[in-house]
Design a protein around this ligand. Structure first.
Ligand code: F6P
Length: 358
């Protein structure tokens, strides 16, 4: 039976979103189904309703594009989660308006591509009687329900590239270089990027660090004759005393930032070494996806269409043991996957001399 699918991208963008959209459109087209892309996340569902038909022509050549061709937002009327831990619910009138839009456009099912907050919203819509299918998205790679997410590999590649570049200038000047990277609750980007880019000290939210231990690691490298030291610090990394460094707070939502500068200041004061900071910021979220993210995004998009064909609504695609499977969205949200301090990855990093400042 022919279907009309709605799809939207919600929350912070990341490389690979367009690969998912392309995968959805191609798999749907193979079944003679039609795809409607709502603009700017869930917001496009509300008056003035904003959408476009996504077909083979519209999605041709989008695989290497960063961002999302249908736009996204991490603000608006559908915020189902505000800040860490705190939750709000999508108001009933917003849900009713969403239902009206979907009915008017004859949309059978809504594919929601988004992170924990957006999937929480999707679950609420599902509980309100809307057929939804989820595709997990987070650059931080911190969703428990999927072994990995697209966008993460591209972010890691960006961090490794930045470290390669910073390494040469730091060595020329015999400096300590601090690179602040994304990772609110989880240190995956810092850990993988730091390992790939030859970082010497990696500071992540899961392993509280001691400034003196960080300084000691810098001194030890100097004693070994190393000319520079590369420190990678996740934005959510926390010193032994005090919480994560908050740059801005508004309406319950907070933005992290500044920990790199703090680490640089402390290291310079304790070691006397010239120290510089670089905040990588949204460079990690932009640009072309890596081949891995293109493939994962495509697989997620295709699987989302399969879930619709199988009537597995209220489920999201999930990568596990080299397979893309389905898990109930309700069981997937609010569960973060953090770096385990006693894991093999951390042990490997320590084995090559990386300090975690603990
Ligand atoms: O959660 C993903 C993330 O990229 C975080 O690592 C970062 O703190 C945040 O989003 C940045 O959000 P914004 O684009 O709204 O500044």
């Amino acid at each position: 039976m022919s279907k009309r699918i709605g799809v939207l991208t919600s929350g912070g963008d990341c490389p690979g979103l367009n690969a998912v959209l392309r995968g959805v459109v191609r798999a749907a087209t193979n079944r003679n189904w039609e795809v409607i892309g709502f603009h700017d996340g869930f917001e496009g569902l509300l008056d003035p309703v904003r959408y476009e038909v996504l077909d083979l022509k519209r999605t041709a050549g989008i695989m290497p594009l960063g961002g999302t061709i249908i736009g996204t937002t991490n603000k608006g009327h559908f915020i189902a989660k505000v800040g860490e831990g705190a939750k709000t619910t999508v108001p009933q009138h917003v849900i009713e308006e969403t239902k009206r839009t979907l009915a008017t456009l004859g949309i059978d099912v809504l594919i929601t591509i988004g992170g924990d907050g957006s999937l929480t919203t999707a679950q609420q819509l599902f509980e309100a009687g809307i057929d939804v299918v989820g595709v997990p998205k987070t650059i931080d790679n911190d969703l428990e329900a999927t072994a990995t997410t697209f966008g993460f590999d591209s972010a890691v590649a960006c961090v490794a590239d930045a470290l390669d570049r910073l390494h040469t200038t730091a060595t020329s000047h015999k400096r300590v270089m601090v690179l602040e990277v994304m990772g609110r609750h989880a240190g995956w980007i810092a850990l993988y990027g730091g390992l790939a880019g030859g970082g010497d000290i990696i500071l992540i939210p899961e392993i509280p660090f001691d400034f003196e231990k960080v300084a000691e690691a810098v001194r030890q490298r100097e004693q070994h004759g190393c000319l520079s030291t590369m420190i990678v610090v996740a934005e959510g990394a926390t010193p032994l005393t005090g919480g994560p460094q908050v740059r801005e707070q508004a309406a319950g939502e907070y933005k992290l930032g500044g920990i790199g500068e703090t680490v640089a200041r402390e290291v310079a004061a304790r070691t006397g070494k010239e120290t510089r900071t670089c905040v990588l910021g949204h460079l990690q979220r932009g640009g072309a996806p890596t081949t891995q993210d293109r493939i994962l995004g495509t697989r997620f998009g295709v699987k989302a269409v399969e879930l619709i064909a199988d009537g597995q609504f209220g489920h999201m695609v999930s990568y596990q043991n080299y397979q893309v499977l389905a898990v109930p969205i309700a069981r997937a949200v609010h569960r973060l996957r953090l770096v385990q301090p006693d894991s093999q990855m951390v042990d490997t990093a320590r084995a090559v001399g990386i300090s975690f400042g603990d």
